[in-house]
Ligand binder design. Structure first.
Ligand code: NAD
Length: 727
């Protein structure tokens, strides 16, 4: 008999076996080979000693219950290994099936977070007891890695909750829920106050079952078992089902996300057949997702890259952890007001300063509105909301900044104004206060000349809306010290933002790269591509906002201002060179006076700040081609994505963005690069044919649309060496 190395076995005098998941080689239990071997041995033993067993409890010795699949393995599995992989998977699921059909009561005593595979183990028991702690999460995050719960998670939740509830509450959005919510949804049976109460509660449940009929899952116990809400042939459900895929497509705007569709198909098809066939169907969809490129991209970005981005970044031991206590936010406009909110939310005292008390008060009003919304929706309490607001002091008086250890400047994008506000505030600060600027385009090194301590000066570039966008782009100027950099990273952590670190350059990384996307989209108007087609192409590629809509929000005046400033400064890079988009921007501004959303007129028309439709003069201004069938949607989509990836390669070449993980995460979290691609550089790795495939296609696009698509030499060399973009 094989030996169990990761699952401990303890049997008490009443015949209850407690199985403790405890992988000695890892901080968390995962579905690795040692687990598979241990589980096989454990199940064999349970079956062999069944007559002397009255019940089984599964729990864990780690702080989490079980961490799920091993993503290293999943990332590596190739389409050629699909069969082998399916067999391996079948075995793992077979073990859980043997456990739930043992005939004895089996309880999951969930002591910590159970996501993905962890929750799947718990679902293969007859009763789930969970510690009621806000630190514990349950759920299926698989969809956000381009996968589905492939160890019975789809099949069991559909049988427990019904197709619609399983899809909406758990599977399609990858939501993580706290124990109380899990109880409400119906995937947890009992909550206990503390870890010490778990095993007694589990034993009590087993004792109550003692000596009765063999314990089975409802779907095994009763031949007439009906899935809640019915199967796809139940008339009420049958009527609504056809709309499901269409709604999903609408939600995804036609973009390339195979997992949600596979989850839906596995749920619906699986509901029409017996349990074991449903497990096979789920398995087939899982294997096809796991061996596909999108899952690899998403695992790379949302697990490995993210882990690295949030890691310690080689922090020297002598640099002490830093926690900001009092921040001054300079400028209470759109950005400053929202930055004040995220700081206060993290418990930092905030002085929100503008030129007048009135402007500062208006800025604080933004936080008041967010708090009110959170309280009214039950996401926060009045007490917490009041405490948050009490931390923000709006003022026009610089002396209010006394002793502050952090500055985040968000005044007008003008070097002279920025220098002035720093000069005014500096005398009041703590002696080593971190001096941050939220500029989106001005070089940090030049702005640092305006302060007395340039080593403490750093770019802290937020994204709008600040309370929702997860990224913080940290920009090192030439004189920025390591100490300032690590303090900035600590601030990011404190205010719960994901940081990327870049070197100083015009537009840094994010503004420079997003500029190429916008220019590319706008320039298509000069080629006679109808505006709705351009919008469709960007949505279908997977961008969260269509490109012309985004341009309106960013404002064409600002784009021209940035372009002019960049040219005057002799900045290089395709984003700043002459570009066919310029004539569109110039005509939109000079001929038609349509700068964007703020003025209520841009590529779209607006009424009361809301988009009413694409501007009806646009067709006359930029007449579409006579034959729309001549337009290649694939070309349009790939031009937008390729130009951003190529610009990123240039940023890597110039040392603007030293880390590949930062580039991938920064592009998805900051500037809406399609998430299915795994980010701007992973897109190159994962393109059909790998790097050589990307290079060949870039050359094709260059021949058809212009030199800006010519692959940089470093990319061509990498392709020749067969070396993907990985840190
Ligand atoms: P905004 O015009 O909404 O706000 C600027 C605020 O600064 C105004 O309230 C103004 O009264 C105040 N101000 C001007 N001079 C001041 C002074 N001397 N002392 C104190 N306050 C003063 O602008 P915004 O959109 O919030 O942008 C602010 C900064 O953030 C700019 O550098 C911009 O480039 C950058 N940024 C903007 C975005 C964005 O999406 N809007 C994103 C990232 C960064």
């Amino acid at each position: 008999m094989a030996e169990s190395t990761t699952i401990r076995w303890d049997k008490d005098a009443d015949g209850v076996v407690v199985l403790t998941l405890d992988d000695p080689n890892q901080g968390a239990n995962t579905m690795n080979e040692a687990y598979a071997r241990s589980m096989a041995a454990t199940i064999d033993r349970l079956e062999a000693e069944k007559d002397s067993i009255t019940g089984v409890i599964i729990t864990s010795a780690k702080s989490t219950f079980f961490a799920g699949g091993d993503l290293n393995n999943l990332r590596a599995v190739t389409p050629e290994q699909a069969e082998e992989f399916a067999t391996y998977l079948r075995e793992a699921k077979g073990q859980l099936r043997r456990l739930e059909t043992l005939g004895k009561p089996v309880v999951a005593a969930v002591n910590g977070t159970a996501l993905g595979g962890g929750l799947e183990i718990a679902l293969a028991t007859h009763h789930r007891v969970v510690v009621d702690s806000s630190k514990i999460q349950l759920g299926f995050p698989e969809v956000s890695l381009g996968l589905l719960p492939g160890a019975g998670g789809v099949v069991r939740t559909v049988r427990m909750l019904g197709i619609v509830n399983a899809l909406m509450q758990l599977l399609l959005q990858g939501k993580r829920v706290r124990p109380a919510k899990a109880l409400e949804i119906g995937i947890v049976d009992e909550l206990v106050a503390s870890r010490d109460d778990l095993i007694p509660a589990a034993k009590k449940w087993i004792a109550a079952k003692g000596g009765g009929d063999p314990v089975q899952q409802p779907w095994d116990a009763d031949k007439k078992y009906k899935i809640p809400g019915g199967t796809p042939s139940t008339p009420a459900l049958a009527m609504n089902l056809p709309a499901f895929p269409a709604n999903l497509k609408k939600q995804l705007k036609g973009a390339n996300y195979p997992a949600p569709a596979a989850i839906m198909a596995a749920a619906i098809e699986g509901a029409q057949v017996d349990f074991d066939s449903a497990i096979e169907i789920e398995g087939r969809y899982f294997v096809s997702l796991a061996t596909g490129q999108v899952a690899k991209n998403m695992i790379q970005a949302f697990f490995f890259d993210l882990q690295q981005v949030n890691g310690d970044r080689g922090r020297p031991a002598e640099i002490e952890p830093y926690r900001a206590r009092k921040a001054v936010v300079l400028g209470a406009g759109m950005m400053g007001a929202a930055i004040a909110y995220v700081c206060a939310k993290a418990g930092i005292e905030v002085v929100l300063k503008d030129v007048s008390q009135e402007a500062a008060d208006r800025g604080k009003g933004y936080s008041a509105r967010l708090v009110e919304k959170a309280v009214s929706r039950g996401r926060s309490t009045q007490e917490k909301g009041d405490a948050l607001l009490a931390l923000i002091t709006p003022t026009d008086d610089a002396t209010a900044a006394a002793g502050a250890d952090l500055v985040i400047e968000a005044v007008f994008e003008d070097p002279a104004v920025k220098a002035k506000v720093f000069a005014e505030i500096e005398p009041h600060l703590a002696t080593n206060a971190l001096l941050g600027s939220n500029t989106s385009t001005l070089p940090i090194t030049e702005l640092a000349e305006g302060v007395s301590r340039p080593a403490d000066f750093i770019g802290l570039h937020f994204f709008s809306p600040v309370d929702k966008m997860p990224l913080l782009e940290i920009i090192k100027g030439e004189q920025t010290s390591d100490d300032a950099l690590y303090r900035a990273l600590d601030v990011a952590k404190q205010i719960k933002k994901t940081p990327i670190v870049v070197n100083d350059s015009r537009g840094f990384f994010t503004s420079r790269v997003i500029g190429t996307f916008i220019n590319e989209g706008i320039s298509m108007l000069t080629e006679g591509i109808p505006a709705p087609t351009i919008e469709q192409a960007s949505s279908q590629a997977g961008y969260p906002a269509p490109v012309l809509q985004l341009s309106d929000e960013l404002n064409l005046k600002l784009m021209r201002k940035i372009r002019v400033a960049a040219k005057e400064a002799g900045a290089i890079g395709s984003g700043w060179d002459d570009h066919p988009s310029e004539q569109v921007i110039d005509r939109m501004l000079d001929e038609f006076d349509r700068p964007g959303k703020l003025e209520g007129k841009g590529f779209y028309s607006y009424a009361d700040g809301r988009r009413t439709g694409i501007w009806d003069g646009l067709r006359a201004a930029f007449p579409p081609v006579a034959d729309p069938s001549s337009i290649s949607l694939r070309d349009l989509e790939e031009r937008m994505m390729f130009i951003e990836s190529i610009e990123t390669v240039k940023c890597v070449d110039e040392g603007v963005i030293p880390s590949i993980a930062d580039a991938n995460i920064g592009s998805i979290f900051g500037i809406g690069f399609p998430a299915w691609s795994g980010g701007v550089l992973q897109y190159i790795n994962g393109y059909e044919g790998g790097l050589p495939g990307f290079v060949a296609r870039a050359r094709e696009l260059a021949a058809a649309y212009g030199d800006r698509f010519e692959p940089p030499a470093s990319l061509v060399e990498r392709a020749e060496r067969g070396e993907p973009y990985l840190d």
